[in-house]
Design a protein around this ligand. Structure first.
Ligand code: ZN
Length: 203
């Protein structure tokens, strides 16, 4: 599913990358490494900055975010959710299978959006208990850097395309509830979960 951009710099590291995925235990800790902010927190509404230095701190941030995501039993986590205003996303749709490496996307940019859209129920670690339909592009192509700063490109459909779009929204301070079109249902579910409609910034 992961494809590389076809420039020489990338081709040169293809072999290395194949043997060099992000290796991390998917164990569930008693407490997440990072506290995950929830709806109403200002941290979720900030615009994240691009990462310009790729060093040990970048790799550690990705690893701590993965640990937090696995512990919270999520399939995606963006740095603003843990109060860090950097453009870093971690995703693992197969979090129960230790053999599948997760994906780390840094400074992601969507270069192609399909015209076709689909509707699917989403949830978010920052809005626990709330699951609502959101319309998104069916297929996307995204350019990004991996945790070592190498340029990558990925074409995604299905749940992965949805997850990347959801996490990239976090980098702009947008939450999935902002995109929910069924306001009556949104209001009802938020009330059931003791959350405030005033914390939703509808698009
Ligand atoms: Zn989310």
């Amino acid at each position: 599913m992961l494809t590389l951009t076809s420039n020489f710099a990338c081709l040169a590291v293809t072999a290395e990358q194949k043997n060099d995925p992000v290796m991390i235990s998917k164990r569930v800790y008693e407490e997440p490494t990072f506290k995950i902010h929830t709806l109403g927190s200002q941290e979720l509404r900030t615009s994240s900055k691009r990462i310009t230095k790729f060093n040990q701190d970048t790799k550690l941030l990705a690893r701590y975010m993965l640990q937090s995501m696995y512990t919270a039993k999520g399939i995606g986590l963006a740095a603003p959710q843990v109060g860090i205003d950097k453009q870093l996303i971690v995703i693992d749709l197969d979090f129960e299978n230790s053999a599948t490496p997760p994906i780390v996307l840094i400074n992601p940019e969507i270069v192609t959006n399909s015209i076709s859209v689909n509707t699917y129920e989403e949830g978010c670690l920052s809005i626990p208990g709330v699951y609502l339909d959101v319309i998104r592009s069916s297929i996307i192509e995204v350019n990004f850097r991996d945790e070592q700063g190498r340029p990558r490109s990925l074409r995604a459909d299905g749940l992965l395309a949805r997850c990347i779009q959801h996490e990239m929204d976090h980098l702009k301070g947008i939450l999935f509830v902002d995109r929910v079109t069924n306001k009556a249902e949104l209001n009802k579910v938020l009330q059931e979960n003791e959350m405030n409609l005033s914390d939703v910034h509808s698009l």
